[in-house]
Design a protein around this ligand. Structure first.
Ligand SMILES: [Zn+2]
Length: 163
């Protein structure tokens, strides 16, 4: 078992592979930073397709140093001129405290998890404003780049621009 099902699916995918010879730029000029949550389909929710966007995901959809690194590369080398920061409703890292997440992971792991950091979000709206501000004030993100902060509703599929 292990990866057999996925590798079989990959062979089918490769049988009519149509993305070869494709460059790595964002064809629609879009970059999306969003949560790892499996309820989010970043391309489909914006009417985009493979090749259109740079996508960076982490728990909560935060502008971490790694996200910033990806966006600076995106803006300068990969055709990005619009950035969407997209946290979502019912996000685990915005609805648990760090202590709660550590407890739940410890219960699953059967061992201490108190040393594992989880970057929980106390106030999702405030965190989103802070992340968008961080991008807008970054010296390597030019003013010509449009930056928006949105909350994605996992129950309706709708994006709501907040900043
Ligand atoms: Zn989430």
């Amino acid at each position: 078992m292990s990866f057999d099902d996925l590798l079989a699916a990959n062979r089918e995918f490769a049988a009519d592979f149509d993305l070869s010879g494709f460059d790595g730029v964002a064809h629609a000029g879009v970059a999306i930073v969003t949560c790892m949550d499996s309820r989010i389909d970043p391309l489909r929710m914006l009417g985009l397709k493979a090749g259109d966007a740079k996508i960076f995901r982490n728990p909560g959809g935060r502008i971490t140093p790694q996200a910033m690194e990806a966006l600076v590369l995106g803006v300068h080398l990969l055709n990005v001129d619009r950035i969407l920061v997209v946290p979502h409703t019912r996000c685990a890292v915005a609805s648990n405290t760090e202590a709660e997440l550590r407890e739940r992971v410890a219960a699953s792991a059967g061992q201490d998890a108190s040393w594992q950091p989880f970057n929980v979000i106390a106030d999702q709206e405030a965190a989103l404003r802070e992340d968008v501000q961080k991008l807008r004030s970054h010296p390597l993100v030019p003013d010509t780049v449009e930056i928006g902060g949105f909350i994605y509703d996992v129950d309706t599929g709708l994006l709501d621009q907040r900043v």
